[in-house]
Ligand binder design. Structure first.
Ligand SMILES: O=P(O)(O)OP(=O)(O)OP(=O)(O)O
Length: 511
């Protein structure tokens, strides 16, 4: 916890970088980490932590991004109790900054008195909220701690937490690393994280244990995550705006990646890819204003993105395109039904294998290191911007200009589209227009928002549906199909490819 030097903001701050550990074997983690050069020079210590989280029945603390918990340190025989109150922000990021007050208390009972020195009264002026508090979930875990002191006097506490969260009879594992800044600049957190990421697979993670506890209690863990669209005032500095847009998109990507490790839900994968596309579109849109160019994904991250795309194609065929065709092929004939079923079983096996490939890729150290580099660049934007200020501009004018440019690019691509690769380009530009409009709609005239969104989604869905269908023939070549099924799908695919040509033709008129 860092004490602020500013007179206006005396609240102690917790600055923390959270990394999840998508490794198959948590039992080896402590040994592996102990060999990381930054940690090997320091003796690890151990703590057993048991935490009870409190909230009102209608979760007023959660709604205000606040956390109140009682923590027992050590065994139940000789316990030490701490009461912790944290106030966070609504900005999702693996690098969190929260106000935090931690006070020793005599027993396992919440103390109103201990909250007097905090900002509690801002959310509970008459004490009624405190009176309505009740336990809502617990966490308990073993913490292995390294206190890393650097030559520049920075101090970072690196904590490996292994244990579980329990809510309403449900449990979920805790397996994560937290790097908390005790002294120095936040960049030192990334320096140490990079060293760790060379040898241990990590993923930047924006969910606190508290958020995961709430999600567990509501059966909402590992569900598809759609980051909320940022809301700006018209005088927000442009780099902060870019940072918020990019942060939401990157968090959408990494949160769904984490869920992909244990969820088979096609929508989780879909939202991971949407997150990455939102990120890429925003990176492209803001690129000229950036003090430093974003790091490009390395080969391992590229590999993961390719695997995700292949899995998405299989998911779409298995859950959307083919089920819609089943009746047209089967026509009530049991033998045809059997042949269709055999194909669907093969397809399911193929997508299970591909899912496994994705999970293996997520466990590669290089993927985490690449994501960490992107996260660091993103968190540094305002600081980098101080040394290389963005050009002065009228924000609304700039946004309008960008959107008009995107529309013009789309017009041009529609006019020349004639080959599958060109239609694909139209679809990419349509998505860019949609994400750009969604991200910046608060700064655009409402009529332009409406027109751009309508145009982008019409193009995107009509070209997308035909393309998914045309893709079936590529996919089918990978499966040993019965001749009847293969012929039916070949015929269907030829028809779909022609439909794609006519869709692209009408797309020129949407332009
Ligand atoms: O020990 P802390 O205070 O960092 O808290 P935690 O139990 O690790 O929970 P969180 O995920 O909120 O940092």
């Amino acid at each position: 916890m860092i004490r602020s030097l500013s007179r206006q903001a005396p609240a102690p701050q917790e600055i923390e970088l959270k990394l999840s550990l998508p490794m198959a074997d948590p039992a080896r983690l402590a040994t592996q980490l102990a060999q990381v050069p930054a940690l090997s020079r320091h003796q690890a210590t151990h703590q057993t932590l048991h935490n009870i989280y409190y909230d009102t029945p209608d979760q007023q603390l959660r709604q205000q991004h606040a956390v109140l918990r009682l923590r027992r340190v050590g065994s139940s025989g000789a316990p030490r109790w701490l009461q912790t109150f944290k106030m966070g922000s609504s900005e999702p990021s693996a690098l969190s900054r929260r106000s935090e007050w931690e006070t020793p208390v005599a027993a396992a009972t919440l103390s109103h008195q201990a909250l007097k020195a905090t900002t509690w009264s801002e959310i509970d002026s008459d004490g009624s909220l405190f009176a309505a508090l009740a336990p809502c979930f617990v966490t308990h875990f073993e913490r292995t701690l390294w206190l890393v002191q650097q030559h520049d006097n920075s101090v970072v506490e690196v904590a490996l937490d292994l244990g579980q969260i329990e809510a309403l009879g449900q449990t979920t594992p805790i397996c994560e690393l937290e790097l908390e800044l005790k002294a120095g600049e936040p960049s030192v957190l990334f320096d140490i994280a990079h060293e760790i990421a060379h040898s241990v697979a990590v993923l930047p993670s924006s969910m606190s244990k508290g958020q995961r506890g709430y999600a567990l209690a509501q059966a909402g863990l590992n569900r598809p995550y759609r980051a909320p669209l940022p809301n700006f005032s018209k005088d927000v500095p442009v780099l902060l705006m870019a940072q918020q847009v990019l942060r939401h998109a990157l968090t959408q990507f990494t949160t769904n990646l984490e869920s992909l490790l244990c969820s088979d839900d096609p929508e989780v994968l879909h939202q991971a890819r949407v997150g990455w596309r939102r990120f890429k579109s925003a990176r492209q849109m803001f690129r000229k204003l950036m003090p430093l160019a974003a790091p490009q994904p390395d080969a391992a991250l590229h590999g993961l993105l390719t695997h995700l795309g292949e899995l998405r194609n299989l998911d779409v065929a298995r859950t959307e395109t083919l089920p819609a065709l089943a009746e047209a092929f089967i026509l009530g004939d049991p033998r045809r039904a059997q042949a269709w079923q055999t194909m669907m079983t093969l397809l399911t096996q193929l997508s299970d294998q591909q899912r496994e490939t994705v999970r293996q890729a997520l466990q590669q150290a290089d993927v985490g290191a690449s994501l960490l580099a992107i996260q660091q660049w993103l968190e540094n934007l305002p600081a980098d911007g101080q040394s290389r200020p963005a050009p002065r501009m009228r924000l609304r004018g700039w946004v309008k200009q960008r959107m008009q440019r995107l529309n013009r690019q789309l017009d041009k691509a529609c006019q020349v589209a004639n080959t599958p690769a060109q239609w694909h380009q139209v679809r990419i530009l349509a998505k860019r227009l949609r994400y750009g409009t969604e991200n910046l709609q608060g700064l655009m005239p409402p009529r332009l928002v409406k027109l751009s969104l309508e145009r982008a989604s019409t193009l995107q869905s009509s070209i997308g549906a035909s393309r998914d269908t045309a893709h079936i023939s590529t996919l089918m070549a990978r499966l040993a199909l019965e001749p009847g099924v293969a012929e039916f799908l070949r015929g269907f695919s030829v028809g779909a490819t022609r439909a794609l040509a006519s869709t692209a033709h009408s797309a020129k008129h949407i332009a």
